[in-house]
Design a protein around this ligand. Sequence first.
Ligand code: E4P
Length: 214
Amino acid sequence: MKFFLDTANVTAIKEIHRLGVVDGVTTNPTIISKEGRDFEEVIKEICTIVDGPVSAEVTGLLADEMVEEARTIAKWADNVVVKIPMTTEGLKAVHILSKEGIKTNVTLIFTVSQGLMAMKAGATFISPFIGRLEDIGTDAYQLILELRNIIDLYDFKTEIIAASIRNTAHVERVAGLGAHIATIPDALFEKMTKHPLTDSGIETFLKDWEAFKN
Ligand code: E4P
């Protein structure tokens, strides 16, 4: 299973990348806007830090606009992936881009049907949103399970990025259900390494070691 970092904060990306667990990065217009930096500049910088796929989202709503933006974004780096919203216009764009060899991440997936349509259109990645589905009381895990079953059953090449991840339980569950990737906010990465018994265990070991030495 792969972990992507769901942030455009270069300082956080550099720091967490040192742990050896980061396989890529995802952004969206909200995430980019938080950094207050030029879109192209920040994506290019992230692409130099991380070897794996880095998603950068288009903002046009019509297929032609998306395709034009995507072609520009695709030139920024070899590892850039163009994020396209799950709409009929988005599907038209994905269809054209996949034939041009431009990698896409179809975002804002909330149903199996949406996932299927994106896979059929040629999406490299699909991003079902876990947290936002939970917010409306819908079983997000069932969606991951069904999407993965379909991919395996029909041998689709599309990979699932479990997105809108808010806590460690989300990561643990989607890992068990077969999401190929979880994209995780930077603050959560540190939490995933922690347990109070680990901290107290280290403290006890060191205390006992000091007592033994003296
Ligand atoms: C990443 O691809 C998504 O845009 C992101 O995970 C959305 O997260 P949110 O629902 O917490 O905004």
